[in-house]
Design a protein around this ligand. Structure first.
Ligand SMILES: [Zn+2]
Length: 322
């Protein structure tokens, strides 16, 4: 019996700093920034989009090695079936199964290939911890039930007014020169998805504090080095926990080497010295109407995660319990 693969799963809604956290964690010894692995089959294998290192996915040396151990000839089918298994309308049934103590996402013949992927990534990257920034909670539940996977969940939360604003920005899927834009949902939709995914993440994992850590984007950007160190120690609990040499050259500056992350935000291609600072453009840029819509739709979550109702109101002190 081989040792299980430790997967740090970044869960929550989009535009919450998951690309930043993944890229920085990938610089710690023993951590591999795999990116959004749920997209590996489609955007990596089928579409051959760029890896974090800049090479097309199928040409990257890390993924070339991994590809030999997974059924890449079935990638298109696996991708399509994954989309079917993770649909938003399946969330109520998923929660019912979870409450009854059953597998939240039922087993499927593809699970052997998925489990094989995580094992191959850990093996070829030589990693103790595989960082998967797929975010979607149903996929996290699926990964957590795979044989040979030991899941830790990092729940990243950000003020929903900031994420709604961020979703509206124009941005190429693989960088500035890319004509295909990342999806730009309207603010009401971004708000509802924020509420659904963050509530679901807490429901699925917050009851198990040994496997769940919640970090707000605002706390992370206020104290990046300490927060990333805390995340690394949580993900890699063991004799060396807390003794990680990270990439920080100052409390809020990192030196980034290229990662091999698949899919995700174009900022994963950034390398060299990078300052970490809160992106607060939304405070000026988000219209009053949008602010009101997002605030009304996310009200239960604002309270739960410690965000103010009024613009410029105080953010509650850090808290990780419900
Ligand atoms: Zn690569």
């Amino acid at each position: 019996m081989t040792r299980p693969v430790r997967v740090l799963y970044l869960a929550g809604s989009g535009r919450s700093g998951s690309t930043l956290v993944t890229t920085v964690l990938g610089q710690y010894a023993g951590f591999f920034a795999a990116g959004e692995l749920r997209y590996l089959w489609q955007r990596g294998e089928v579409e051959n989009r760029p890896c974090g290192c800049g090479l097309p996915f199928r040409d990257c040396p890390v993924w070339r090695a991994v590809r030999r151990d997974v059924p890449v000839d079935r990638a298109g089918g696996i991708a399509a079936r994954l989309r079917g298994r993770l649909r938003l309308r399946g969330v109520p049934a998923l929660l019912r199964r979870h409450r009854r103590g059953r597998r939240a996402v039922p087993a499927h013949p593809d699970d052997a290939a998925l489990a094989g992927l995580y094992a191959a990534v850990a093996r070829h990257a030589g990693a103790r911890v595989v960082v998967d920034s797929s975010k979607l909670p149903p996929y996290g539940a699926l990964v957590g039930a795979l044989p040979g996977v030991e899941l830790r969940v990092l729940h990243l939360v950000r003020d929903p007014r900031a994420t709604a604003f961020s979703w509206r920005r124009r941005r190429g899927l693989d960088g500035e020169a890319d004509q295909r834009l990342m999806s730009r949902p309207p603010v009401w939709k971004a708000a509802l998805l924020w509420l659904v995914w963050n509530t679901l993440t807490a429901r699925l994992w917050a009851g198990d504090p040994g496997r769940y850590l919640r970090v707000r984007y605002e706390d992370l950007t206020a104290d990046p080095e300490a927060t990333l160190g805390r995340i690394a120690a949580f993900a890699d609990a063991g004799p060396s926990a807390g003794a990680h040499a990270g990439p920080f050259t100052g409390p809020a500056t990192v030196r980034l080497a290229p990662t091999h992350s698949v899919a995700g935000n174009p900022s994963r291609h950034r390398t060299g010295p990078v300052p970490i600072a809160a992106d607060v453009e939304w405070r000026r840029g988000l219209s009053r109407w949008s602010y009101a819509v997002v605030t009304a739709l996310t009200a239960p979550g604002l309270r739960r995660f410690g965000y103010p109702w009024r613009r410029g109101g105080p953010v509650a002190p850090r808290h990780e319990e419900d």
